[in-house]
Design a protein around this ligand. Structure first.
Ligand SMILES: *Cc1c(COP(=O)(O)O)cnc(C)c1O
Length: 430
């Protein structure tokens, strides 16, 4: 797969390079130069999820990896089911939270870990490789689990001390081995800023082989195309409209790539909470970033979505306008609560992110269409808000039960690059 830098189209890289570098010159995002359509969608849709995912990734990456390598990576990464669950006559949900950290980010993070570990094994990367990221919860957990025990890779995850739930902390700060977690005495934005300062320090990047593993990394998005095909496979013959609860817009980018490859999806709904930069932009043509507001769907509390330039580029390539092709909607907190209650009445327990997508679907689904809202996290991951809203208790799934009593292994630092560098020196031998 050949990719180019959206800011400097002359910078062209392979998928291997794009994965190892994460980001191009001047922080430009990498995007595939061509997205070759499948000519036989019918036979593709007849396959099982894992076989089909292997076929899709071979179609895209077969020029860089052998058939068996891709097949192994897919089988190691996608070890959990992807059910479509009916909720109402014409509405269902695609449950993407059956992986080890109970959120859809497991798909991208686990595939990326497979690719990285393969590249190290075959010598495409020399010297240390350190994944450094800041998390407000879900990304850190997915990345930590995906890279746990992968040889020759160290993972360092920063999070704001005391500002993530105790259960979230247990999920990724108890692993040990090559996973190093640091509680920073500050907030999430400061954690992210510390990480940025490290990436801006060329000497530090070189010494530790820093890589970010957030949705800037194209390998995550390419992996996520597979479950969009699964939704259409399970709903064959229907006019499928998919509502995507969006924050950084990586998930929607993956959906649009799947559609370009030939997945029979009639339309997408870009659904946000009140951090609504994209819906406002689509309505007015004016890109204006407001201050981020805290909501129940906190993984979507993003007001400057990283992946939007990729979506613009894709529509431009098809000579289409995003505000014509995309349906869009911003959901208030009251509407989110209302949606969770409606879903409960329909016999389905959802958490705030999925509920945002459902609320938009109820508003924008047309006669004759079949709606799918993406279930991006397990309700137990947002236990407090789900229990408070639905007035019922939620059982912990085995994954969370298992870690609830483990010891948190994090170190604590103040928000200071020097202190972070000292920790890196301890964790990563150069
Ligand atoms: C990350 C996340 C989102 C937002 O996905 P983007 O790809 O950033 O748009 C939605 N729901 C949950 C539960 C998440 O963790």
């Amino acid at each position: 797969m050949q990719l180019y830098n959206l800011k400097h189209p002359n910078q062209q890289v392979s998928f291997r390079q794009a994965t190892l570098q994460s980001i191009g010159r001047d922080s430009g995002l990498f995007f595939p130069s061509i997205l070759p359509r499948f000519d036989d969608i019918d036979s593709l849709l007849s396959m099982s999820f894992v076989d089909r995912s292997s076929a899709i990734l071979q179609h895209l990456l077969g020029d860089e990896f052998g058939h068996d390598t891709i097949d192994d990576m897919v089988r190691n990464a996608f070890t959990f089911p992807v059910p479509v669950v009916p909720v109402e006559d014409n509405i269902c949900t695609l449950e993407l939270f059956h992986g080890p950290t109970l959120a859809f980010k497991d798909f991208g993070a686990r595939f990326m870990a497979q690719v990285m570990s393969h590249l190290i094994e075959r010598g495409d990367h020399n010297g240390p490789l350190t994944i450094l990221s800041a998390t407000s919860g879900d990304t850190g957990a997915a990345v930590a689990h995906a890279f746990h025990n992968v040889p020759n890779i160290q993972v360092v995850v920063l999070y704001p001390k005391g500002k993530i739930s105790s259960l979230q902390e247990k999920l990724f700060c108890t692993l040990g081995g090559n996973i190093h977690t640091i509680a920073v005495e500050s907030d999430f934005d400061t954690c992210q800023d510390l990480v940025k300062q490290c990436f801006a320090d060329a000497e530090l990047v070189r010494r530790y082989g820093l890589n970010s593993a957030n949705s800037i990394n194209i390998s995550r998005l390419i992996a996520q195309t597979t479950y969009y095909f699964e939704a259409t496979a399970q709903l064959r013959g229907k006019e499928v409209v998919i509502s995507v609860p969006s924050g950084n817009f990586g998930n929607l980018t993956a959906g649009l790539i799947a559609q370009s490859l030939g997945a029979p999806i009639k339309a997408f709904i870009a659904s946000t909470n009140i951090n609504d930069t994209v819906p406002r932009y689509l309505a007015t043509g004016d890109w204006r970033v407001n201050l981020t507001q805290a909501t129940m769907s906190n993984a979507m509390d993003v007001s400057a979505p990283n992946n939007w330039p990729r979506i613009e580029a894709l529509f431009a390539r098809h000579q289409k306008a995003p505000n014509v092709e995309l349906r869009y909607n911003a959901v208030t907190e009251a509407e989110t609560t209302e949606a969770m209650l409606q879903l409960k009445n329909a016999g389905y327990i959802s958490e705030p992110h999925g509920a945002v997508a459902y609320a938009s679907l109820k508003k924008l689904l047309l006669q004759g269409e079949h709606g799918v809202f993406l279930g991006t996290a397990h309700p137990a991951k947002f236990k407090d808000s789900v229990e408070a809203t639905l007035q019922q208790s939620i059982r912990l799934p085995a994954e969370l039960e298992a870690v609830a009593n483990r010891k948190v292994l994090s170190s604590t630092i103040s928000a200071n690059k020097r202190e972070l560098e000292n920790q890196l020196a301890i964790y990563v031998a150069d």
